[in-house]
Design a binder for this molecule. Structure first.
Ligand code: SIN
Length: 538
């Protein structure tokens, strides 16, 4: 594919979510020429849809007795033995400064009656430490503040361009990208550093809280550039996504966990509580526990949804505190002050991704990753609620500093010597087949036979296609990520966090308290490592 145009920068950031924009702003402040590229419109990523908030223990604004160490402990507990303890400690410790700076940049968080920041609780948190904005519109406010800052700083942004493939130097460093515009016209962005902040994989499933851009693009691009991924088998299903009927497809509205933080409880169609007796934190148990319990209950009673009863928040209380959820409920004729809200688990967050340090460095020089696309070690087998905006803010900033430092000491490749290696074609499964297969066999409650069936269905429906359109790039990425997920989920003969095996219902620390790093072999097939590849991935 011959590029019709070229542009140059010191850093290309792919994605306009919290991690990408934070990295872009910091890199710009450090004197780098930054170009931000997104395949959709600015701000069409996952960040906008985050409702609950940012988990952070702010000096002078925290619940009495809460500490950064307690936040670390809750994160490790939720992560079910697979977090990288050092990464967790570093990211959580950097959180207060990151949120304080975000407020200086204009993000406005909600205040309580005493004028101090309002805080709520979500699943897995042992304290009220989740700060929120616009009631339940935290992501939108964070994104608004970052985009305003980026526009003020005149950071160059290229929308409607999908990243297809990394350019690499003869020594294998990443030093640029091939992109396609909406008409499939190719262009080349030359830069010694590329930061992937492309979000997650939600569109791998039929129903998800994620927008349509969440198609695993960064994972596939990084793998083809020689990087390593890990923990892809841990896809977090949010317990309470608004049930829109059995035929619903694509993004469905989230019903934030903060609704349970404010006292709502899960009940089944018979009115029986779902979480009583399941976990000491009951409805505020970690997300993997709640989603699995709902799935078990739905199977027991032959239903495809349960209900979230928030009717204790009478009158206009619900509408004031949760305007986004209220509007979504109203659109389907549900009044949460009167009616229990129909909900079901749906694909929400990829705990795994491109193996990267807390500074965003991957195993390939010149290639960096931050936010949901990255496996930083913060989430382990199950992400603690509202830790992802925090991760984006902290790792985005650290990555900018790492890139500037790597550039200053000459660690990066020469973009003038970088070119496309390999063919621009990849295996592509039909999206509907892929989504149905993954939803049926690789959601909550997997087993060896189902995973094998899914792998075979995918393989049979796969054809090699040129990566000449945004759609083919996305479908190829979903296909590659799904294939790896199925392979590693079949290998992991235990249940842990978001990976629930009905044929291996117990956690097996002796064999499986480790991540399984994966890269592509010379034939482009997944290759599973037995050894650590970067600190913490063991
Ligand atoms: C929620 O508000 O329940 C979602 C927030 C998150 O995924 O962290």
């Amino acid at each position: 594919m011959r590029a019709r145009w070229e542009a140059e920068a010191d850093l290309v950031v792919v994605g306009t979510g919290v991690a990408g924009l934070t990295a872009a702003l910091d890199a710009h402040a450090l004197g780098l020429r930054v170009l931000v590229v997104t395949k959709a419109a600015l701000g069409d990523g996952n960040t906008r849809w985050a409702q609950g908030g940012v988990a952070v223990v702010l000096p002078g604004e925290h619940e009495q007795g809460d500490t950064v160490d307690r936040h670390v402990t809750d994160t490790l507990t939720a992560g079910a033995g697979l977090c990288d303890q050092i990464a967790v400690a570093q990211i959580i410790a950097d959180g207060p400064a990151a949120v304080t700076r975000l407020r200086k940049w204009g993000a406005v968080f909600d205040s309580g009656e005493d004028g101090r920041l309002a805080r709520t609780r979500e699943g897995g948190h042992t304290a009220f430490r989740v700060v929120h904005a616009g009631g339940d519109a935290t992501g939108a406010e964070v994104e608004r503040a970052l985009l305003a800052q980026a526009r003020d700083g005149r950071i160059a942004m290229l929308d409607n361009h999908v990243a297809v493939e990394a350019l690499r130097t003869p020594s294998g460093a990443v030093a640029g990208l091939l992109v396609l515009d909406g008409d499939g016209v190719p262009g080349v962005l030359r830069a010694p550093a590329v930061l992937l902040a492309t979000g997650g994989v939600g569109q791998m499933y039929q129903v998800t809280s994620n927008p349509e851009v969440a198609t695993a693009d960064g994972i596939a691009l990084a793998l083809r550039a020689g990087a390593v991924v890990a923990d892809l088998e841990f896809v977090q299903f949010h317990p309470t996504v608004l049930y829109m009927g059995s035929g619903a497809r694509g993004r469905c509205p989230l019903v934030t966990e903060a609704v349970r933080g404010e006292g709502a409880v899960l009940v089944d169609g018979n009115g029986s509580r779902v979480m009583v007796g399941v976990h000491p934190l009951a409805d505020l148990a970690p997300r993997d526990v709640v989603s699995a319990a709902i799935t078990r209950r739905m199977n027991e009673i032959g239903d495809d949804h349960v209900f979230l009863d928030a009717t204790h928040l009478e009158g206009s209380a619900f509408r004031k505190r949760f305007p986004t959820v209220y509007a979504a409920c109203a659109a389907v004729g549900v009044d949460p002050a009167v009616d229990p809200i129909p909900v079901a688990p749906a694909a929400h967050f990829s705990c795994g991704g491109v193996v990267a340090s807390v500074d965003g460095r991957t195993t390939v020089p010149g290639l960096y990753a931050a936010g949901e696309v990255a496996r930083s070690g913060l989430h382990g087998a199950n992400r603690l609620a509202s830790n992802s905006l925090l991760e984006g803010l902290v790792v985005g900033s650290r990555a900018a500093r790492a890139i500037a430092a790597d550039r200053a000491v000459g660690l990066l490749g020469d973009p003038r010597k970088a070119e496309l290696l390999g063919s621009l074609a990849a295996a592509v499964a039909e999206r509907d087949v892929l989504q149905r297969t993954m939803s049926r066999h690789a959601a909550i409650g997997r087993n060896g036979d189902g995973l094998a069936t899914a792998a075979s269905v995918l393989e049979k429906s796969t054809v090699v296609r040129p990566l000449g359109t945004r759609e083919s790039v996305e479908d190829a990425a979903l296909t590659m990520a799904a294939e790896i997920l199925l392979t590693v989920a079949a290998e992991r003969t235990e249940s842990r966090g978001c990976h629930v095996r009905t044929d291996y219902p117990n956690r097996n620390d002796g064999a499986w308290q480790r991540s399984v790093p994966v890269r592509l072999d010379a034939a482009g097939r997944p290759f599973l490592f037995e050894r650590p590849v970067l600190g913490g991935v063991a």
